[in-house]
Design a protein around this ligand. Sequence first.
Ligand SMILES: [Fe+2]
Length: 205
Amino acid sequence: MELKLISGTFLLVLVLATVAAADSQLGNKASAKDYAFNATCMEKVQEHIQREFGAAVTYLAMGAWANHYTVQRPGLAKFFFGSASEERQHGLAMLNYLRMRGHNSLSILPAELKPINEKYEWESPMDALRQALTMEKDITRFIKQIINYCTDAEDDHLVDYFITDFMDEQLRGQRALAGHINSLRGLLNKDPAMGNWIFDNKLNA
Ligand SMILES: [Fe+2]
């Protein structure tokens, strides 16, 4: 009887000790696993942050080119610098999102940033706008790939965030660029000598 009581007490102590040890392992130290995110989805977003900041640097280079005294298109420079700020905000929002989801890597930012194709000058405003549209179409395609992959991976929160906060703005930005290209084309057809000047004034209004 006494032996049974001792062995019962020992068993209870052992169970409590095991529960306490498991508790301290899981409860006291929050880890990325607590958020149950899909690691590949997070990696894809991390890769994409580089594209957003790359687009920001590309627009900065375009703005700097348009601001050069030999080019002298202040309206275009204003438009490109504004676009650079938007892309930087996108990259920053995605970075904050990764951190909110428990992304752990400290090397989250690209080691270096250069404009796309390491290009710093363009033949004309039309040339720069066309490259900007190509870049935006690529970014749209990558955002769609992330949405598709993470839909399959059932990361609903990430998918909802990307559709709501990025895809809408992305498509509107792409449409605005296409509109600028068509306006400029129309002006250049009508008045080849003054088309660029009129377009630039319109952007600077
Ligand atoms: Fe963007």
